[in-house]
Ligand binder design. Sequence first.
Ligand code: NAD
Length: 95
Amino acid sequence: MRPDGFREAPVAIVGGSGFIGSNLADSLLSDGVPVLVIDNLSRPGVDQNLAWLAQKHGNQLAVETADVRDEDVLAPLLAHARAIFHLAAQTAVTT
Ligand SMILES: NC(=O)c1ccc[n+]([C@@H]2O[C@H](COP(=O)([O-])OP(=O)(O)OC[C@H]3O[C@@H](n4cnc5c(N)ncnc54)[C@H](O)[C@@H]3O)[C@@H](O)[C@H]2O)c1
């Protein structure tokens, strides 16, 4: 799937709502590269990162709420990506 309005294939960032992913997205978007964020929003508060990205970059950002383990959802989303970064993880050592 190519998100509506994109003139070129996006860079897909799985876990793109997180700390590293959202800053990577911001950097790419600031360079004019469309970005597709895929994230299940499982870490509390990461929706705030998405809100910041959407406010700053508007329609150059597409977001899909999905789990990285859901192949049926991810495969078509990633098929047309120009590059894929995988940063989705449960990162809390205590958990
Ligand atoms: N932050 C660091 O200093 C650092 C250092 C070394 C390595 N890393 C690694 O980089 C990666 C990203 O780290 P971060 O600090 O951005 O973490 P983060 O917790 O901020 O971001 C991870 C994102 O992945 C999402 N996620 C978790 N499980 C998911 C799933 N099953 N499907 C889809 N999305 C899911 C979360 O909602 C979150 O938005 C991790 O693998 C981490 O171990 C981070």
